[in-house]
Design a protein around this ligand. Structure first.
Ligand code: SF4
Length: 1022
């Protein structure tokens, strides 16, 4: 730099500083001197920053580079619930204040680390392992994502509920009074005129496990089913809540959050894996796959496990064998990275039209014989073993086509063994006796004197795929035909190392079939159980039914039965309603409303079903951290029912915050938050080795306490409530040991510390924790309790707690070229259960395998476009997951500091068409009168003709509204209202009773990704 220019710049700076200094004199004074009110900060430059985890030792230690662990803190391994991934994390807690000051990954836990640390390494070593010493932490990274780094600030928000609240005034009037927990329990158990609005029935009288709800429909079950308990994702506490309370009370009505999250995907995969009960879920083996086709989800942007997938993908595409990842979504995502060039491809698709894209792939693959015919021709497990294969399908099994009661069933003998056409003899044979069966069959066969018209499952798939031309599929999904052809060729060229994934994108009216189709692509290459192929995870170590205790069993546990409030898991054809109509010679179709035989729970149907009394009405609702009013598409259609105590007379919300749903509750019971909670859980998928992550109150809860000294939270409440109701399974002798002895359940630790003991003692028991492990993990104060509950095993339980769970080593992942844990059931090219069941409304058989259905469709099978003017509502709105925000984190202000708002995303072509520019304020409306107002973000990375909204903001509660507690005002924080919520646009299904939202027509999953909308400019904000 020449000296004249340098002097000029210095001059400008000095002059500028001088002018600024006049205005910011006070700030400068504080900046340079830290001379503010209050004590002098610890460091002149860094202020009161916390010291690092490792400190240089004053005297040489001759180990670890002369560094020692900073013992002003303890380092507890627990779980992040920043999103549904539930990563094992490590928290650094200031011993003086008891407050969390930092969150890291847990080096032992594969959700945060890969490689992960050997289980028998001491806690001290785990701290050095991820440190800067010898740059060890560069190799052994243990991370938390942006969200997981900061959400712990919600532990300390002023909007937290710490004492039980009772509403004052009508539901939703935001006025509360604090009450003692004992009063709450007394009132909800016994009922009475609780709100001056008339008598409210208490839980004691609702718990009648013998009297039918409706004697005319005995299959509905006992009156106790009129209590519904609505949870959220399984945060490790579901087993306690379900087995210790729900089943003790005797209700069938428990639900998580699946119908507003990924139900369509789960049932679609379950159809392929042939298990609608356990809902197996497959993921690519990221470490060894060579090609990933990701449809309606994208690693590093969304999906579960969010952080682990992102990490594995980053490694696979740089150091690993991954040649390419193709993401088929309506919006471009964070899976992309400039440095990986052609290894990534984004294929824009119309929302809800993934099915057309995949059926196009099937058409090309089948037409051009690109499928693995020898694999698909294997008809049985015996033939699979003979062929040295590790999975097999029913592609060659024969589906009866004759109309009548056998329609859609697979031709089988009296033992249930299927028949196939043997390729060697061209004759009908039992599959178990055949090595290779004919793949394409469409013929008559004779069996036991009867003739059947049968088609093989693969023939049916071919016919379904050939229903439309590639040009038609291309037009429907918006993906050029050449791209469909190229991807079909690419995918099949990688053989067993080609993999697929799908998740939230399937939340549309035909999403189940899209998910089924995506999973079935794997059968075209035979990738299941192969290294580099698709994996169904090996599951957890069992915490609850283990070598030391059976924590699920107790005397008097109710065998719950009856129809659920959401009509899930039950066939309409088994109801009295159906049978009565049949007996009267009437057409039994349509039923009064939808039934969902393949789904296990559909919480989005609860409120409207109860309001309409079909199948019956709930008398009481308990929500546990659940927030459908924010998270469920179209919930605004049922708010009036939730507000009305006549619809559900008693509503208790267990919630650490007053969210969009609990704001309408009669009572709010505080819950614990994040690292204050108990739990034991397994990851969602994308892991090949056994793992159970645990959490325990690693920091103290600020909540008020019960008289026995236990803080008030979900489990402690259910124990006290169970005792007050005299339910089985609580109090003395409630827990069963494998030694035949019984143990008490008075406090949650009675249950969870024994669950941890089960974990510690199964297979080869874990090593004992050392005194140093215990000290560093902050477990010193736990020792007396561990000794009293776990006896001689107490140090092993301390090991489980100090490592945050139990984890198998990486070397248990593979068995040569196969996965060690193999999914064993037959894969379903045709799902017989699905294909031989009729829809309760249309009376039509469900398709037993994927085929193109044009969405969006209503519950009666009609196109939504027959009720909506397509010219006026020409855009399709969809939601997409945020890589930063997530719905349970409204109370994290730090998270909002990272991402302040969400926007209405449109393509530049769409913007031009509607005369809209970047930054305009616009109104987006659906055809049924609901709208949102937000700011437009114009971007190229979104399919033209669509509107995308990132999920996570647009809040109406949890500090976004003003509330009054004990007449004291807690004012709203306007910043908490930023952004828009796609779910406010969710629509009522015009073919269903009021309040029921548009859903996937088979599973009942809410269809939040295919909402017809229009957009209007309000004004420019420039
Ligand atoms: S992905 Fe991030 S927010 Fe989600 S659990 Fe893991 S660390 Fe927490």
């Amino acid at each position: 730099m020449n000296t004249t220019r340098r002097k000029f710049l210095l001059g400008v700076s000095a002059a500028g500083l001088g002018t600024m200094a006049l205005g910011y004199l006070k700030t400068f004074k504080y900046l340079f001197t830290f001379g503010r009110r209050g004590p002098k900060p610890r460091f002149p430059i860094y202020g009161n920053v916390h010291l690092p985890e490792l400190l240089k030792a004053k005297a040489p230690t001759n180990e670890n580079g002369n560094y020692i662990v900073n013992k002003d803190y303890y380092y507890a391994n627990t779980v992040c619930i920043g999103c549904t991934t539930q990563c094992g994390v490590r928290i650094k807690v200031d011993k003086k204040t008891g407050k969390v000051v930092r969150v890291f990954g847990n080096p032992y836990n594969l959700l945060s680390s890969d490689p992960w640390l050997d289980y028998d390494k001491p806690v001290k070593e785990s701290i050095f392992w991820v440190s800067d010493i010898n740059e060890s932490g560069l190799t052994n990274r243990s991370t938390v994502c942006a969200r997981g780094n900061v959400v712990f600030d919600k532990l300390y928000t002023r909007y937290r509920v710490t004492k039980p609240l009772k509403r004052v005034g009508p539901r939703g009037s935001h006025k509360w009074v604090e009450i003692e927990p004992e009063q709450l329990i007394q009132e909800i158990v016994n009922g009475g005129n609780l709100f001056g609005e008339g008598f409210v029935e208490g839980l004691k009288s609702i718990r009648d496990i013998n009297t039918p709800i409706d004697p005319n429909n005995p299959e509905y079950g006992p009156k106790s089913n009129q209590l519904g308990i609505l949870g959220t994702n399984d945060d490790g506490r579901k087993t306690f809540i379900v087995h210790r309370f729900v089943k003790a009370f005797g209700t069938v009505n428990f639900s998580g959050h699946t119908s507003m999250c990924g139900l369509a995907m789960r049932i679609g995969q379950a159809a392929y894996f042939g298990d609608f009960k356990k809902l197996p879920h497959a993921k690519p083996d990221f470490d060894n796959t060579e090609y990933i086709l990701s449809i309606g989800t994208a690693p590093a942007q969304a999906g579960n496990p969010f952080k682990r997938q992102g990490k594995l993908l980053a490694r696979a595409r740089t150091e690993g064998p991954l040649k390419k990842i193709v993401v088929v979504t309506p919006t471009a995502v964070n899976t992309d990275n400039m440095s990986i060039g052609a290894k990534y491809e984004w294929v824009p698709v119309y929302p809800g039209q993934d099915l057309a894209f995949v059926m196009g792939l099937f058409r090309y693959i089948i037409e051009n014989n690109l499928y693995n015919a020898p694999y698909l021709s294997i008809p049985s497990e015996k033939a699979m073993k003979a062929a040295n294969e590790v999975s097999y399908t029913n592609a060659t099994h024969l589906v009866i086509q004759d109309q009548g009661e056998d329609y859609g069933k697979i031709l089988k003998d009296q033992n249930g063994d299927p028949y196939v056409i043997d390729a060697a003899s061209n004759s009908l044979q039992n599959a178990k006796n055949v090595r290779t069966a004919v793949l394409l069959v469409n013929q008559q066969v004779s069996l036991n004197g009867k003739t059947y018209h049968v088609k093989s499952a693969f023939e049916l798939l071919k016919e379904a795929a050939f229903e439309h031309s590639l040009d038609e599929y291309s037009q429907m999904c918006g993906v050029p035909k050449e791209t469909i052809v190229r991807i079909a060729k690419e995918f099949t060229s990688y053989g067993r190392k080609a993999t697929t994934d799908i998740h939230g994108g399937a939340m549309n009216t035909v999403g189940m079939y899209a998910a089924y189709a995506v999973a079935m692509l794997g059968a075209m290459v035979g990738n299941l159980n192969y290294k580099g192929g698709m994996s169904v995870h090996p599951g957890p170590y069992d915490a609850y039914k283990g070598p030391v205790y059976d924590l699920l069993d107790y005397d008097g546990k109710v065998k719950t039965h009856g129809v659920r409030i959401d009509r899930a898991g039950f066939k309409y054809q088994d109801t009295t309603e159906y049978k009565t109509k049949k007996a009267q010679g009437l057409n039994p179709y349509p039923a009064k409303d939808k039934w969902y035989p393949f789904s296990n729970a559909i919480e989005s149907d609860w409120i409207a079903s109860s309001a309409h009394g079909y199948p019956y009405s709930l008398k009481a609702l308990i929500t546990v951290n659940s927030n459908p009013a924010y998270a469920q598409s179209g919930f605004s259609n049922v708010i009036e029912y939730l507000k009305d105590p006549k619809k559900i007379p008693l509503f208790i919300a267990i919630d650490p915050f007053i969210n969009e749903t609990s704001t309408y509750a009669d009572y709010i019971l505080p819950d614990n938050v994040l690292y204050e909670e108990w739990g034991a859980m397994a990851p969602w998928g994308a892991y090949l080795t056994k793992i159970t992550t645990i959490r325990y109150p690693a920091i103290e809860s600020p909540n008020a306490k019960f008289k026995n000294g236990e803080s008030i939270y979900a489990e402690s409440f259910f124990i006290e409530l169970g005792k007050a109701l005299n339910l089985p399974g609580f109090g003395d002798n409630a827990l069963k040991g494998a030694d035949g002895k019984t143990y008490p359940l008075h406090r949650p630790h009675d249950f969870y510390l024994r669950a941890f003991e089960n974990l510690a003692m199964q297979d080869t028991p874990v090593p004992d924790a050392t005194d140093e492990d215990i000290e560093l993990a902050g477990l010193t104060n736990w020792v007396p309790l561990l000794k009293s509950i776990n006896g001689n095993n107490w140090r092993k339980v301390a090991t489980i707690m100090s490592r945050g769970g139990r984890y198998a080593p990486y070397n248990t992942a593979y068995d040569g070229e196969h996965l060690n844990f193999k999914y064993k059931k037959m894969l379903n090219i045709y799902n017989e259960e699905l294909g031989s069941t009729k829809d309760a409304i249309t009376g039509q058989y469900y398709h037993g395998l994927p085929k193109y259905i044009e969405g969006p469709i209503c519950a009666d099978g009609s196109s939504l476009w027959t009720k909506v003017d397509k010219n006026q509502y020409s855009l399709i709105a969809f939601g997409y997951k945020s890589n930063v925000l997530s719905s349970p984190n409204a109370s994290s202000d730090k998270l909002r500091d990272i991402k302040l708002s969400t926007y209405i995303d449109i393509n530049s072509k769409t913007a031009k068409e509607f005369g809209i520019e970047y930054g305009n304020l616009v109104k987006v409306s659906n055809p049924f009168g609901q709208h949102i107002i937000g700011i437009v973000r114009v971007k190229e990375g979104i399919t033209p003709g669509t509107i995308g909204i990132e999920h996570g903001l647009g809040r109406l509660a949890e500090g976004a509204d003003t509330i009054y507690i004990n007449n004291k005002k807690l004012p709203a924080m306007p910043l908490r209202q930023t952004g828009v919520n796609i779910n406010m646009l969710g629509i009522q299904d015009p073919a269903r009773p009021k309040g029921h939202v548009l859903t996937d027509f088979v599973t009942g999953a809410t269809a939040r990704n295919t909402i017809p909308v229009k957009i209007e400019k309000i004004r420019s904000l420039a």
